[in-house]
Write a protein that binds this ligand. Structure first.
Ligand code: ADP
Ligand SMILES: O=C(O)[C@H]1O[C@H](OP(=O)(O)O)[C@H](O)[C@@H](O)[C@@H]1O
Ligand code: MG
Length: 359
């Protein structure tokens, strides 16, 4: 989304995303239904400068601490890294993509800085929001938005994270580049033929009321994914067949949404989490994360992770009275709970018009 367009300085925004169905099969050529969340976003600012500078964030790229204890607490919870490495990586990927595709870049420098209100490492794709907003700045600063197709942009965002060794798939990046609600098919057949998945924006009014539940509980998505990824690479039958089942849930769920069949949607959401739990195991998912799912289910809501862990999306098939019960149960358990508002499409009219001609 374009927030400020001034001649010299610009700010671009990308929203958090909720994986409604099908995640994490996006990491394995599956399918997903995901959407961008209004109210939670990362911003990246770019201003022209003599030297190229990537600025550390005063809170997220900490190198100064009040005490040794505080340093350890921070590393235990949030790990060693902040957003600087994400910005460096997307600059590199963008430069290389342009070079390989004969896209000329003017010789000029800039200063990049970022901020975010997306809960850190909470499975809301705070990482790719930073990368996506930075890519958007670079596209405009160099005037090459029309030279890098919308469908290709999620690949660049993913490549920036892969470059850093983060195991991830395309769903976050698609939801953030497109905005709104999107059905995504990452089948190998499409990836081989098109170089990207098939992404179908859906009407956000198809969604029932949904609730976001989270706690101060950072988890590293790369770490969570690495052992399942290795098992998949090793040809583990259980992981391979379960991932296919998860992908099928997105296909079935997208049909259920088109028919506004919300009891079916609830069933599919629950099944999605149950399959994740079997594949990853409780230790990798984390006690608090599992508790969030269980608290929602205790009042009959459907619930699953939005991403790899840290936040949960819940749906109340019995309506408003059940939603009240959900709020009370979450508050009593000490979790933040709020109704989700979907962020609108992030694409310009021209970008929307450019989509169908390539699929
Ligand atoms: N809020 C944030 N601020 C700065 N950097 C972040 C933030 N969230 C994630 N990162 C960076 O992205 C990396 C991957 O984070 P990840 O576990 O994917 O979180 P998320 O679930 O928010 O996408 C982190 O190791 C860190 O380098
Ligand atoms: O496991 C998942 O559902 C997702 O995990 C990552 O997202 P994150 O927000 O960092 O937890 C990954 O980037 C996605 O591709 C997965 O679907
Ligand atoms: Mg991430």
């Amino acid at each position: 989304m374009v927030v400020v367009t001034e001649k010299e300085e610009m700010e671009r925004r990308a929203y958090a995303r909720v994986g409604l169905l099908g995640n994490p099969s996006d990491v394995y050529g599956g399918r997903a239904v995901s959407f961008a969340v209004a109210g939670l976003w990362a911003t990246v600012r770019l201003r022209p400068s003599d030297q190229l500078l990537v600025q550390p964030h005063p809170r997220h790229d900490l190198v100064a601490f009040p005490s040794l204890h505080a340093l350890v607490e921070r590393l235990d919870g949030g790990g060693y890294y902040g957003g600087v490495r994400l910005l460096l990586a997307i600059c590199r990927i963008f430069h290389n993509h342009c070079k390989q595709n004969g896209i000329a870049l003017e010789d000029k420098n800039f200063t990049l800085s970022y901020d975010t209100n997306i809960p850190r490492q909470a499975g809301l794709s705070g990482s790719s929001a930073i990368v996506c907003a930075a890519l958007s700045c670079l596209l405009d600063f160099y005037g090459v938005r029309d030279k890098i197709r919308v469908e290709v942009r999620p690949n660049l965002i993913l490549n920036a994270e892969k470059e850093l060794g983060i195991v991830a798939g395309l769903q976050d990046r698609v939801a953030q580049v497109y905005g709104g609600l999107v059905y995504m098919d990452f089948s190998q057949e499409h990836m081989d033929k098109l170089g990207h998945g098939v992404y179908t924006p859906l009407d956000v009014d198809l969604l029932p009321p949904l609730y976001l539940i989270y706690a101060e509980n950072p988890s590293d998505s790369g770490k969570v994914h690495s052992s399942v990824r290795q098992r998949w690479l090793d040809g583990d039958e259980f992981i391979i067949s379960s991932m296919k089942e998860v992908a099928q849930l997105a296909y079935d769920g997208h049909n259920a949404l088109l028919q506004k069949n919300y009891s079916e949607l609830a069933r599919l959401m629950n099944k999605n989490f149950d399959l994740r739990r079997k594949m990853f195991g409780d230790d990798a998912l984390g006690e608090l994360n599992i508790k969030m799912v269980e608290v929602a289910r205790s009042i009959g809501a459907a619930s699953k992770f939005t991403g790899s862990g840290g936040a949960v999306v819940a749906m109340c098939p019995d309506g408003d009275a059940q939603a009240e019960l959900l709020k009370t149960a979450c508050q009593e358990a000490g979790f933040v709970v709020e109704q989700i508002e979907v962020a609108p499409s992030a694409l310009t009219k021209e970008e929307l018009a450019s989509l169908s001609s390539h699929q």
